[in-house]
Design a protein around this ligand. Structure first.
Ligand code: ADP
Ligand code: MG
Length: 393
């Protein structure tokens, strides 16, 4: 999706007030009735209706009158809210070219006021299901918009919390700068995803570095779960940076061993195929074979996880709660059960597969309204009684 931020310049305070009112209404409405938007925004003299027209014109809202007259945010509308907040905070001042499109995100170059170029990741979890609305799967229709807002926000929150913690423990990850809604601002990695790299000066060294990261992560209590050539960046000096953290799990996760093995296997296979690395396989007869290593000589998950774990607990205690983790896992497990290596080559196939996975995911994931006790005020000062989305069982 093209992110044309030109319109940002022309939007008034009232425009943002109404856009925020729609966002708030979406906490408990798939399509927010126009009267509710008007009530939340409380602009004078029916001003809301004029503003709604303007927001529609800029494609920040979608109008739906199939059941009643109402509106929902578009991706662009949600992007604008996050970008505006980050601009107000002085974190970024402009949005530049697109750096990449993942299955569930769009990444843009952005600049801060002092000209530092950063990366902005807009999470789009549930994008596939959002698109699936077009396929007339009506049962998705009821959930897709809640899910997209809720899950994308969770994914961003998780990615930010994990990136920050990993950076503090000196893992080679981008620097986490800020986070708002579904948007994470991080340092720009000056490099390319490993999948685009055809030649390396020192493939063995890179292989060991990369595998070393998997092991050290596990020693810290974490598994990346999507550790492959798409999520490893490498620069001209062959420095490695690992990205993409919304799917990480703790080593105490019930499928931890499987996820760990899958990450390791991805790396072995990729280096074998792309850089012709060969690996010596230990047999039982080998004198130095060791219960703490697997047949390739690398530490086995059981030996690492014995001695591991604090970062997973630290994170559980951070802003990203256990409940958030459970919610996002429910979605991600269904969605990423297959490894995504080679997904660029097989995008169409993957699209259909992940759409099916999303359908499964959504059927076990329903949102229920839960009224909170307190009344809150958001950053734009709009007072509203908050309702939060809760994942069902
Ligand atoms: P997804 O979760 O959708 O896979 P990623 O975080 O893997 O998203 O990012 C997708 C692509 O965007 C990456 O393959 C990379 O090319 C680019 N990218 C992501 N983060 C950065 C960054 N901090 N600096 C530079 N490029 C990045
Ligand atoms: Mg990725």
């Amino acid at each position: 999706m093209k992110l044309d931020v030109e319109a940002l310049r022309y939007l008034s305070k009232d425009d943002f007030r109404v856009l925020t009112a729609v966002e708030m209404g979406m906490r408990n409405h798939e399509i927010v009735p126009a009267e509710l938007i008007d009530r939340i925004a409380s602009l004078k003299h029916g001003g809301t209706y004029k503003v709604l027209k303007n927001l529609l014109k800029h494609k920040l809202l979608h109008h739906d009158s199939s059941k009643y007259d109402g509106f929902r945010l578009t991706y662009l509308g949600y992007d604008f809210l996050a970008i505006k907040t980050l601009v107000n905070r002085g974190v970024i001042s402009s949005v530049g070219r697109k750096l990449g499109t993942g299955k569930e995100s769009d990444i843009y170059e952005v600049a801060s006021e002092d000209g530092t170029v950063l990366a902005m990741k807009l999470h789009r979890l549930g994008r596939v299901s959002f698109r699936a609305v077009k396929t007339k799967r009506d049962y998705l229709r009821h959930r897709s918009s809640y899910n997209w807002l809720y899950l994308s926000r969770l994914a961003a929150l998780k990615e930010f919390a994990f990136m920050k913690a990993l950076e503090e423990h000196e893992f080679p990850v981008p620097k986490a700068v800020d986070c708002n809604r579904h948007c994470v601002i991080m340092s720009l990695v000056q490099g390319y995803p490993l999948v685009q790299v055809k030649e390396l000066q020192n493939p063995e060294t890179i292989f060991e570095t990369v595998l070393g990261v998997i092991v050290r992560l596990a020693e810290h209590g974490l598994i990346h779960c999507d550790f492959n050539e798409f999520n490893i960046m490498i620069d001209d000096d062959e420095k490695v940076t690992v990205i993409d953290f919304p799917q990480m799990v703790s080593v105490s996760h019930r499928n931890a061993q499987m996820y760990f093995d899958r990450d390791v296997e991805c790396i072995f296979k990729f280096f074998q195929k792309r850089f012709n690395l060969t690996f010596q396989v230990n047999t039982d007869d080998n004198e130095d074979s060791d219960a703490d290593t697997d047949e390739t000589g690398w530490p086995s998950f059981s030996s690492i996880s014995k001695s591991s774990g604090f970062l997973d607990k630290e994170l559980a205690a951070s802003g990203f709660s256990r409940k958030d983790q459970e919610d996002i896992e429910k979605f991600i497990e269904e969605d990423t059960d297959d490894t995504d290596s080679g997904r660029e080559e097989t995008e169409d196939k993957q699209f259909v597969e992940s759409m099916e996975a999303n359908v499964k995911g959504l059927s076990s994931f329903h949102l229920e309204e839960q009224e909170e006790q307190t009344s809150n005020s958001d950053e734009d000062g709009v007072e509203v009684k908050q309702r939060s989305c809760k994942a069902g069982q």
